[in-house]
Design a protein around this ligand. Sequence first.
Ligand SMILES: Nc1ncnc2c1ncn2[C@@H]1O[C@H](COP(=O)(O)OP(=O)(O)O)[C@@H](O)[C@H]1O
Ligand SMILES: [Mg+2]
Length: 359
Amino acid sequence: MPLVSQSEIVDLREMPPMEVIFGRSAKMALAHEKLERVAGTEVPVLIQGESGTGKEIMAKLLHVSSRRSNASWVKVTCQAIPLPLIESELFGYERGAFTGAHATKRGRVELAHEGTLFLDEVGSLDIAVQAKLLQLLQDGSFMRVGAQDARQVDTRLVTAARGDLREQVDAGSFRLDLYYRINAVTIDLPPLRHRIADLPMLVDYFFAMYAKELQQTPKPLSREMMRIMERYHWPGNIRQLENMVRNYVLIGSEDALVSEMVPSAQARLTTEIDLATPISLKAITRAATQDLEREIILRVLQANGWNRSKAAKWLKISYRSLLYKLQEFRIGGADGETKPEDTMLQSEPAGGMEEPAHS
Ligand SMILES: Nc1ncnc2c1ncn2[C@@H]1O[C@H](COP(=O)(O)OP(=O)(O)O)[C@@H](O)[C@H]1O
Ligand SMILES: [Mg+2]
């Protein structure tokens, strides 16, 4: 992966359709509204959200909906660039500025002239570089490394941050004046776990996209898998979901998905305890047993094609107690339980959940 992507023309056809990008959650509707309001302006925009929530997609949308859309889109992933290099990457250098600077080189800022400069992970910029960026925002001027004179550039700055920049300001690693400049407008992207209603649509979108791209025709994901996905906390957000669906399409089995989403009971089955505070033996063993039960039940269910009566037999428990446990683990246990999202789920696999209860 190159450290800095070349300036490129953003092709809207390569982006997910707008309905997929924004879904139907209120938070995404707010992001959409803000984006439309500021796209045509020149104000700097700060996009905040956890990793994989779509910050880069938003930045690209801002670019394509601006009057700069025919000029270059330049992305710099600040975090990926080693500290001594970032200044010259961004602002360029003059010949002889340092050992090895045999020729003058234009920086990313210059390449983004008349276009959009997207600084991803802006929070990891060195404090000295932050000062130069502030100058650029104030009057459009900057200096190549080793230059005597300032240059002018006309670029729209869009930044992205994963963590809370305000905290970094308080900690002294981010300049307050720069902070005020870059977040004239802030677009906050919710984590996927806060927009779970959009999950089925996203799954369908990635499923179809990768089925086509990888020329595979896998079975739809089971209803139970969708339930597990709806209750998962998605630390990697949409990126993680996309990777998981892609793997499923490629491999055609739900095994890997289960192991990724169901935490290994091993992790909690430990005798490592904090001896500084009293503990509840009952609480610890109960939690450990539950983890173990949950993991084993999920694996057995999955190995039996989510057929509950087969799984119950295999586990040597009654069908009813299996249902009870599923309910306890919130894996779509109760027969009467329905959620609004249910209408969007795939139909049940044969032999799935329709068995009569017997004990
Ligand atoms: N709202 C969305 N709809 C569809 N795909 C999305 C959405 N948000 C992110 N993605 C996909 O998830 C991956 C990560 O998105 P990205 O914009 O790079 O996230 P971030 O910059 O916040 O880490 C990309 O492949 C992107 O296409
Ligand atoms: Mg990113």
